[in-house]
Design a binder for this molecule. Structure first.
Ligand code: TNX
Length: 503
């Protein structure tokens, strides 16, 4: 069993003799588009080391200068875009096919340093990096996490902390579930009451909240600086009580329902026959598309149990055309595959079980037949809002009871629907629905350590998956979470080291 300190497991890791010592006089070398990544590395290393770590951008820097960490963008000749990382006594070299993969190399380097590097205050060295040769590239291009900010609202600062955690694990897509029955969380200029009235509640009756356009842009830019794409979701036609409560005209009977603070699903629907519904969609999809630099717009489409079959198909036909007219590639939960009339290339997000139920496999086939690919999020394996164990206070249990770390690690995205293999799969995504979660500490607790399993399934080759090795590596790695003040669940299937002394 190979043990190494990098999560998710690299494709190839080979320890080498000796080590590189990061010192006061170590310099970082980078030019061109590698500079922003070098800057990120320096910022990550300065707080705990207290070193200046200046960035040398000179074009003609001697390639052999010692005591240097050199970042380069150039071909790696790996089977798909990735990075090479070598550490010897004199130099650390990071080379990647593009800036995004160079950034993932930086995450590996961070994890080769002593755990204390994650601290936010100056720590004692020495800062030794063990000799190593790593060549590494991801299995899937889409490595996502979803945060439901509708059931409970999460402030911009908390979303940024979650993005930091994602970056460490080489996750590169944040899907924001922005609207649901309990709240509409993004300001829309042309329909201001969506937030003025529709954002004032949350599950359990809390005060809610919403993102201004400036807030949303702040999230998008923070994500982009970490090579993370934001996917906004406007969930329609169901999951819309907050919008229906804000604008009576969106209701079939013209009467606004009361705000909703419970956790049932499947009772709300936009009026399918009224033209005002499609005016709303056009305005909302236009404004959201304008704010979102990434290529995707998620339309939800799940659990529309209050919409007849005929109405659902008519709605999806019109809504997807309107959304596509704003230039985005659409994503829908797998129910949207009921439609055989989707814009070509629409992506499906699978949320049924590791063993498909309720024709979910047919919905997947429908997306693929219509030229799309899949994001796999099987609820009984990767829904991070499921309880770890029945006696836990946080989480839900509907996906066949608790989801242990073992469950989170033991599934393969290409073994769920017969005939749906890596070529049809864009990637995987780990959602956190927030009916029972309303703060970052609890969010971390539900995510960690299962999100590490998700990251390994998204990134590392299937052949390398190994439960005994994973749990050993996780136990060795977990002090990093303590050092970074990230809360986590000490599930019983890992032989955790003793908890760090509380400071
Ligand atoms: C199902 S899966 C939902 C959400 C809930 C979640 C709770 C899916 C697309 N919808 O509305 O929040 O279960 O786990």
């Amino acid at each position: 069993m190979t043990t190494h300190p990098v999560m998710p497991a690299p494709v190839h890791y080979s320890p080498q003799n000796g080590h590189f010592e990061l010192t006061e006089s170590t310099r970082i070398h980078a030019t061109g588009t590698a500079l922003s990544v070098a800057d990120h590395l320096a910022k990550a290393l300065r707080p705990a080391t207290g070193f200046a770590l200046s960035i040398d951008e000179s074009d003609n820097a001697d390639a052999g200068t010692p005591n240097t960490i050199a970042l380069t963008i150039g071909t790696t000749a790996l089977p798909s875009p990735g990075y090479l990382l070598t550490v010897d006594e004199s130099r650390v070299e990071l080379r990647a096919d593009d800036a995004a993969h160079l950034f993932t190399a930086v995450q590996s380097l961070r994890q080769l340093l002593p755990t204390a590097i994650e601290a936010t205050t100056v720590q004692a060295g020495p800062w030794l990096i063990p000799g190593a040769e790593i060549s590494d590239y991801p299995r899937f291009v889409y490595r996502g996490a979803m945060l439901d900010v509708a059931r409970h609202f999460f402030a911009v600062a908390d979303v940024k902390r979650y993005l930091d955690r994602m970056a460490l694990l080489k996750l590169n897509v944040l899907h924001l579930h922005l609207t649901d029955d309990q709240g509409w969380r993004l300001h829309i200029d042309s329909w201001p009451d969506l937030t003025a009235l529709g954002a004032t509640t949350a599950v359990g009756g809390g005060s809610g909240g919403f993102y201004s356009k400036a807030d949303y842009t702040e999230i998008v830019e923070y994500a982009a600086s970490r090579f993370i794409t934001v996917v906004p979701e406007i969930d329609v036609p169901g999951h819309t009580n907050a919008a229906l409560a804000a604008y009576p005209e969106l209701n079939a009977d013209g009467a606004a329902p009361a705000p909703y603070t419970g956790i049932e699903v499947g009772f709300s629907s936009l009026s399918i026959d009224k033209e005002v519904t499609y005016q709303l969609l056009d305005d909302v999809f236009r404004e959201v598309s304008e704010l979102t630099p990434g290529p995707y717009l998620h339309l939800g489409g799940d659990e529309s149990l209050a919409t007849s079959d005929e109405d659902y198909l008519e709605f999806i036909r019109r809504a997807t055309r309107i959304a596509a007219s704003h230039g985005k590639t659409l994503i829908g939960w797998h129910e949207m595959g009921r439609s055989r009339d989707l814009p070509e290339g629409t992506i499906g997000q699978y949320w049924s079980f590791v063993t498909p139920r309720d024709d979910a496999d047919k919905r997947v086939a429908s997306f693929i037949e219509q030229g799309g690919r899949m994001i796999m999020s099987p609820a009984d394996a990767i829904y991070l809002d499921m309880k770890y164990a029945s006696e836990e206070a946080l989480g839900l249990e509907w996906a066949d009871g608790p989801t242990t770390l073992h469950d989170a690690y033991h599934w393969d995205p290409a073994a769920i629907v017969v005939g749906v293999t890596d070529d049809h799969i864009l990637g995987i995504e780990a959602p956190v629905w927030t009916e029972t979660i309303d703060n970052l500490r609890d969010l971390d607790y539900m995510a960690f350590p299962r999100i590490v399993a998700a990251a390994e399934i998204a990134w590392s080759p299937r052949e390398g998956h190994d439960w005994a090795g994973f749990t050993q590596r996780l136990a060795d790695w977990s002090p990093r979470l303590d050092a970074a003040h990230i809360n986590y669940n000490r599930v019983s299937d890992v032989n955790w080291p003793a908890p760090a002394d509380p400071k």
